[in-house]
Design a protein around this ligand. Sequence first.
Ligand code: SAM
Length: 235
Amino acid sequence: MGEASKVSAAVWSDPQFAQAWLAADPQGPQDLLALPRRIAAAVVAEETPAPRLVVDVAAGAGAFLSVLLDAFPQAHGVWLDASPAMGERARTELARFGDRVEFLAGDMTALRAAGVPDGADLVATSRATHHLDRAELHGFYREAAGLLAPGGWLVNLDHVGLDEVWDRRLRAARRRFVPPRPAATGHHHDRPLPTVRDHLDGYRVAGLPEAEVVWRAFHTCLFAARANEQPGRAD
Ligand SMILES: C[S@@+](CC[C@H](N)C(=O)[O-])C[C@H]1O[C@@H](n2cnc3c(N)ncnc32)[C@H](O)[C@@H]1O
């Protein structure tokens, strides 16, 4: 497990921080990510209308997983996160799915060790991999891609790093839609966030060079790629 991943797991495992962050997470019309979550499900559904196994990595309270389980009523979901406080909240938020959801405590850079099964039709993650450094990010993509069933999808909705000018511009513009978070729920990033290029390189080294940015607003991108339907075939 890498250093950045460990630090992030520790920050999010503080129950006070996790609860304050959840309380300040935008809801309703201010939840700008409601649309890309649904777009992710729609993109997958076009070619994989009935995924059986959906994994949400660093799933938090389950915002992404619940959209995916609603979109795919036959799917079994795996929730994984390092934070017990998030686990507690997710068990409440996802209770309506009953035994369709399995809860795994673990690190996003050690998915197999946490018990994530092989053969996922969809591995999704949101707002989490920006905590990783480039090497850990690429390790995450490699391991997640290795868990996919033939034709499976790897989808990541995450914040990306920008140069100073665009960072300032887009932060300012975003404030017109969503108020800034209270200071207590902000978390320090001690390195620049991975860029779009870092993510697309990560998909490429993981054997998914067809990755595309399928939605973007401000700092947040939805990346998606589909594995070959015939394992072992070169892209
Ligand atoms: C910003 S929240 C996003 C939660 C959820 N994916 C969402 O979009 O609502 C980041 C999540 O990543 C989890 N996390 C942070 N570092 C982690 C790590 N190293 N391994 C697994 N989960 C981690 C946190 O516990 C938290 O639930």
